[in-house]
Design a binder for this molecule. Structure first.
Ligand code: PEP
Ligand code: MG
Length: 893
């Protein structure tokens, strides 16, 4: 009856597309089974069963019978019964969600062993030691993961057994020792869990299944899901698989294999093998593995069979696969496969290799790489050929290669970096007090904390190299030193190198080389034969696929000719944001200060007159660099406080002068003005169009500079395509006033020069009110550019300059968001305003041009969103242009 829910699938019943129901592991085990590969028989309990359990606290009524039926079938097939005393069938119980998730229960092996069946296993295998070792492993794993006993208690007991015997490795313990250990382990279970280790094999299995269900909701798993935005109600599947043994002697073993090199993408034999061992021994690194190729000498039959299977899998999945396998007395078994993880460089190479092999097409190739991988390839890196001394490894928290003198506090970091030293800030963990030091340092290294620790989050936000949680390093901030494994001490001032892409930590200075991918984008490297060029070739081809596919255009945020030229080399199709306030810093700041503080029309006009030629020259250079491409110039949008002297400093100076009875007339005046203009919330203050409206002549001076520069370029046979953009508009009235004045100035310049300019005028949408009234605003705007930095700030009420250092770490740790909304567009809030404003604007003016120029324009996930809501272009910093191009292409597939 098809209406009755089915909670259990035999491996022969599933396939790789049923990941929602069977989890990743279960779906792939089924796929391999159906391919005719040697998978030990078993069955998968669906995520649906898990969901029922999590909702109701009880397994679905039908589950027990279904499991019984599948177990019966399995037993019949294997010719033995679960836990049967004289000839036991043993099974593993493994979790397997759709997405692999840290914090969830993993595996319990050897279920079915008991005081009785351990004897049967010994007889069956002809190996006492093996049987008792399997039993103690079961109690250990079961005790820890199912009954919640502290795993260290078992580890300690195992250690003391070895010490007592004066041996160093597990394999030197004999059957009698292991038997004693089993007794010891059972006592630990009794004391800690308050119950006996269950002797009934079916009870073992049922408890393990329940434990897998429950592990879906551990705190760590929940936090991970919240951060990664994995829905909390998917549930996990449970795989019950008949055991095969790699620890039955030298003709047995276990290993992992990749169908091609996950580091380079090259085809070949990659993997590790460990003779006479069970799965977790490989991971635990108890004994040394041998390269997979040596299996060819150890067991040629199994080896040849494995290579054939690898080829089958790769052709079938059309991708790099990784594999876990076991050989039991000369018989090969496949325990797991999945599309394998790979380095960023390998992802690009493999995608193009598979295209060349005819396995995938261009569109599919774009799905095999990501913008984040491309960004990683664009960081400078350590020279692979350098001799290095690696002393530790932590979490690769923020990519890049950093070299500097170790310092152990923020104060020293700042002091040393001011005197020109490059420093690495080393801390046990960081907190907001370390912020200055983090800014001053080349990179940050911590011995504690994960990917969402303060150090990791802040470093990523700043684009600073960071390795965190390098636990082997003993950081002693009081004595300003750190001890590395082996006892060597790194003192304050000793040079270290950290690799934020791999998490590796080195002593001394490792030479840094520029990224070959950047060299390529810069036009300094072309396709060729050696290793780096192979990567460049692959990137080159994938970028071409993306450019052919994408609908979104990509522009740059740039305010000088140098950045504009780089952006062009990187593939920018124009400038989407030229922030003119950047042109007024440095030497010209004083002129702006005078303009803002001017009391009389003459004073004001005088400073405007001085600014005009400077502005014009800026624009001539910019239009020349971007000849033939659009350049959106935004009129001045300074938070005023950035242009005025610091109020406290100035007050002190004036007070001191008064005390000396020598008050300086100008400074007094300045102080009064600074007081008058002082704002509690400068970001919500006299900015953008507001400033243009209250300081007569400021915006018209800028418009004149743009118009005259464009006319000059035209006269020089250039092709300037200037667009004038008004910032921080909240209502169409503001825009109308500025527009009228601008149109007048443009007409004047056209008349004076005799050149027709065709300048378009548009606005930024960066306030909620602007987004909500976009239909009206479009009456006066030829284009919108969404300023998602300010829009995020104002929609959330988060100060963009403060939050990352104050409460965002806590928010990230609590999983309120997995990534800062200033980094990735908040689809549901800010994003929905972008979408509705774009629609409303286009209703008013169907040919309205739509772009985005906030930081989100270069963020992979956000680029997909802007594609979906139908913007015409994204604009981002020059360095992120390749990433935006790639993601725009991926979004269009
Ligand atoms: C924005 O607000 O998104 C924007 C691009 O302008 P700025 O960052 O200069 O405020
Ligand atoms: Mg803004």
């Amino acid at each position: 009856d098809s209406h009755v829910a089915k909670f259990v699938y035999d491996f022969t019943e599933g396939n790789k597309d049923l990941k929602d129901l069977l989890g990743g592991k279960g779906a792939n085990l089924a796929e391999m089974t159906n391919l005719g590969l040697p998978v030990p028989p078993g069955f998968t309990i669906t995520t649906e069963a898990c969901k029922v359990y999590l909702d109701s606290g009880e397994e679905p009524v039908a589950l027990r019978d279904e499991v019984s039926a599948h177990l019966d079938a399995l037993e019949a097939r294997m010719g033995k019964k679960l836990g049967q005393p004289d000839n036991p069938l043993l099974v593993s119980v493994r979790s397997g969600a759709k997405f692999s998730m840290p914090g969830m229960m993993d595996t319990v092996l050897n279920i079915g062993l008991s005081d009785k069946s351990v004897q049967g296993l010994a007889a069956q295998a002809g190996d006492d030691r093996f049987a008792w070792d399997s039993y103690r492993r079961l109690i250990q794993m079961f005790g820890k993961t199912v009954l919640g006993v502290d795993g260290e208690l078992f580890e300690d007991a195992l250690e003391s057994a070895k010490t007592a015997k004066k041996v160093t490795v597990d394999t030197e313990l004999e059957a009698a020792d292991l038997k004693k250990l089993v007794t010891r382990f059972k006592k630990i279970v009794k004391t800690e869990a308050g119950r006996d280790f269950p002797q009934d094999p079916r009870e073992q299995m049922d408890l393990a299944i329940k434990a897998v269900f429950e592990s879906w909701n551990t705190d760590r798993a929940k936090l991970y899901r919240r951060q990664e935005r994995i829905p909390g109600d998917l549930g996990t599947a449970v795989n019950v698989c008949s055991m095969v043994f790699g620890n039955l002697g030298p003709d047995s073993g276990t290993g992992v294999a990749f169908t091609r090199d996950p580091a380079s993408g090259h085809q070949g034999v990659y993997g590790d093998y460990l003779q006479n061992a069970q799965g977790e021994d490989v991971v635990a690194g108890i004994r040394n593995t041998v390269p997979l190729a040596e299996l060819g000498q150890i067991d040629k039959n199994s080896y040849d069979q494995l290579l054939a299977i690898m080829e089958t899998l790769e052709n079938h999945y059309k991708d790099l696969c990784d594999i876990e396998f076991t050989i039991e007395r000369g018989q090969l078994w496949m325990l797991q496969t999945r599309v394998g993880k790979r380095t960023a460089g390998a992802a690009f190479r493999i995608a193009t290799q598979l295209v060349d092999q005819g396995l995938i097409d261009e569109t599919e190739a774009l799905q095999r790489v990501t913008g984040a991988q491309l960004a990683q390839l664009m960081f400078p890196r350590f020279d692979e050929h350098a001799k290095v001394e690696k002393v530790g490894r932590g979490i690769a928290a923020s990519p890049g290669a950093a070299v500097g003198k170790a310092v152990f506090d923020s104060y020293t970091a700042v002091k040393w970096s001011r005197s020109g030293e490059k420093v690495i800030l080393v801390r046990r963990e960081t907190n907001p007090d370390d912020l200055d030091g983090m800014i001053a340092a080349e990179g940050i290294l911590t011995s504690r904390g994960g990917k969402t620790s303060h150090a990791a989050v802040v470093a990523r936000g700043m684009g600073k190299t960071c390795v965190c949680g390098a636990e082997e390093l003993e950081v002693d901030t009081k004595r300003r030193r750190m001890t590395v494994p082996g006892g060597h001490v790194v003192e304050e001032g000793d040079v270290i190198s950290i690799d934020g892409s791999s998490g590796k930590v080195y002593l001394g200075e490792v030479p840094v080389v520029p990224s070959p991918v950047v060299e390529y984008f810069e036009g300094r490297m072309h396709a060729g034969a050696d290793d780096a060029d192979e990567l460049v070739e692959a990137v080159h081809r994938i970028m071409a696929f993306a450019d052919r596919k994408r609908r979104l255009r990509v522009r740059a945020n740039a305010d000088n000719a140098e950045d504009a030229l780089r952006a062009r080399r990187f593939g920018a199709q124009g400038i989407g944001l030229c922030r003119t306030e950047h042109m007024f810093l440095g030497d010209r700041r004083e002129l702006v200060e005078r303009l803002i503080l001017a009391d009389t029309d003459e004073e004001r006009e005088e400073s405007l007159k001085q600014l005009l030629p400077l502005q014009k020259k800026d624009f001539v250079e910019l239009f020349e660099a971007m000849d033939g491409l659009p350049v959106t110039v935004r009129l001045l949008d300074p938070p005023l406080h950035e242009f005025l002297p610091d109020i406290t400093e100035l007050s002190v100076r004036v007070a001191l002068a008064e005390a000396r009875k020598d008050p300086h007339e100008n400074e007094l005046r300045l102080l009064q003005a600074v007081h008058r203009l002082h704002e509690q919330n400068p970001m919500l203050g006299l900015r953008g169009v507001r400033l243009g409206l209250v300081i007569p002549g400021l915006f018209t001076m800028q418009v004149r500079a743009i118009a005259e520069a464009a006319a000059e370029r035209k006269n020089a046979k250039g092709d300037p395509r200037a667009e004038i953009m008004i910032p921080l508009v909240g209502t169409v009235q503001e825009l109308e006033i500025v527009r009228e004045e601008a149109d007048e100035v443009i007409a004047e310049v056209e008349a004076a020069t005799g050149v027709a300019l065709k300048l378009s005028i548009g606005t930024m949408i960066e306030l909620p009110r602007a987004a909500l009234t976009a239909g009206q605003i479009a009456e006066a705007a030829e284009f919108f550019s969404f300023g998602t930095n300010d829009l995020t700030q104002t929609v959330w009420g988060f100060s963009r300059d403060d939050v990352e250092a104050s409460f965002f770490t806590a928010y990230l740790e609590k999983g309120i968001f997995g990534v800062s909304p200033f980094e990735t567009i908040d689809r549901d809030g800010v994003g929905s305003l972008v979408k509705s404003a774009a629609e409303a604007g286009r209703r008013t003016r169907p040919d309205l041009k739509l772009g985005v120029c906030g930081e989100h324009g270069g963020d992979p996930e956000s680029v997909h969103f802007f594609h979906e809501v139908g913007l015409d272009y994204v604009s981002c910093s020059p360095f992120r242009i390749p990433v935006a191009r790639l993601e725009a292409g991926r979004a269009a597939t």
